[in-house]
Design a protein around this ligand. Structure first.
Ligand code: NAP
Ligand code: GDD
Length: 342
């Protein structure tokens, strides 16, 4: 049985990847951060009691900012595959907490790679690189496109990416980087723009909210479905030779288009409800990301299965269903579901 270790297992991608690997018969180990409240919502459905003799899913406390925890877990678990998905992954927030972002994203990758190297582990390594690294470089972007990062997050991702390439070249580590364009799902964090829009529109439809404040509606992104993208991560680690791949749909849409599609699906006129709040503008914006995934198609045989329109509808329907469930739970459940932050 193959054994995988995932950092960021409690996040959107970590949860889809864990499910995918479990279905492939892997034993899955994940690193979760200590938090004062439960942070395992996204993996609760696959949680297994470790006392069961056939348990194949294990969570361990650890942190990318704590090298000793990484070394301890790598040595104990001896994984065949390591997926480094953990990160402070919000671009806007990275301007507010630049040091922490660099510590978890850049230095966290260094700590993990160096622990693997020092322990002499013969494992394969996946690095969650990002299309944000292209920043202001004009589209379409592929593996040969120059990086021009526009945020502390993107700068930290460039460091992590180059480091993974360096460990591959210096020590022969089987390290592959997936340069993933934006990917979303019903499990997307509520403060990323797609989920913010579908969740707010569903609340407006049910009469629970009357305004949605957004920033730059002109930014364009290449949005795909997270479930399709974790499949690509695994495919990269099954290759004989490690390499770097762009993963995207090859289509881009503006935030305005996302808003229009969401509100029109719910029979709402978005202009009545959406207002601009400059607080959501970024000190430096990334205007247009549009991936060219032809290498992944050619070498890995990977193609996305969920279209842009299907993704938007999937997210709206999920938010509507969740709200309806909460409404049935009465005022207390409603208060608990509001959440704060933007
Ligand atoms: P996400 O939902 O924000 O999940 C991030 C995960 O990292 C969470 O499990 C989080 O734990 C964990 N984490 C944060 N700080 C940590 C630390 N110091 N130590 C250990 N774990 C830590 O992000 P995602 O969308 O799944 O993305 C997965 C990875 O792909 C990230 O590296 C992201 O930067 C990268 N990426 C994402 C996209 C995208 O469009 N989704 C595109 C390109 C690259 P908590 O649950 O406790 O917060
Ligand atoms: N979050 C947010 N909130 N973004 C807004 C808003 C708003 O109210 N209004 C407009 N936007 C615009 C942002 O300015 C940006 O241009 C675009 O919507 C997308 O923002 P996010 O959904 O926050 O994602 P991102 O593109 O900055 O970053 C995501 O994708 C990267 C890959 O390209 C994250 O998942 C990163 O971790 C990932 O690396």
């Amino acid at each position: 049985m193959k054994r995988a270790l995932i950092t960021g297992i409690t996040g959107q991608d970590g949860s889809y990847l864990a499910e995918f690997l479990m279905q492939k018969g892997y034993e899955v180990h994940g690193i979760k951060r200590r938090s004062s409240s439960f942070n395992t919502d996204r993996v609760n459905s696959i949680y297994e009691d470790r006392h069961e003799s056939d348990a194949r899913f294990f969570l361990h406390y650890g942190d990318l900012t704590d090298g000793s925890s990484l070394t301890r877990l790598l040595t104990r678990i001896q994984p065949d595959e390591v997926y480094n998905l953990g990160a402070q992954s919000h671009v806007r927030v990275s301007f507010d907490v630049p040091e922490y972002t660099a510590d978890s994203v850049a230095m966290g990758t260094l700590r993990l790679l160096e622990s693997i190297h020092q322990a002499g582990l013969p494992c394969r390594f996946y690095q969650a690189s990002s299309s944000e690294m292209y920043g202001s470089t004009p589209p379409p972007q592929n593996e040969l496109t120059a990086f021009h990062p526009r945020s502390p997050y993107a700068c930290a991702k460039v460091f992590g990416h180059q480091l993974a390439v360096n460990y591959r070249e210096s020590y022969g580590l089987h390290a592959s980087c997936g340069i993933l364009f934006n990917h979303e799902s019903p499990r997307r964090g509520e403060t990323f723009v797609t989920r913010k829009i579908t969740r707010a529109a569903a609340r407006i439809k049910l009469g629970l909210q009357d305004k949605l404040y957004l920033g730059n509606l002109d930014a364009k992104r290449d949005w795909g479905f997270a479930g399709d993208y974790v499949r690509a991560m695994w495919m990269m680690l099954q290759q004989d030779t490690p390499d770097d791949y762009v993963i995207g749909t090859g289509e881009s849409h503006s935030v305005r288009e996302f808003v229009e599609l969401t509100f029109s699906y719910l029979d709402l006129d978005w202009r009545r409800y959406v207002a601009i709040d400059p607080r959501y503008f970024r000190p430096a914006e990334v205007d247009h990301l549009h991936g060219d995934p032809s290498k992944a198609r050619r070498v890995l045989g990977w193609t996305p299965e969920v279209s842009f329109a299907e993704l938007v509808v999937m997210m709206i329907e999920s938010d509507l269903a969740e709200l309806n469930r909460t409404l049935k739970g009465g005022p207390e459940a409603m208060r608990a579901a509001v959440g704060v932050g933007d």
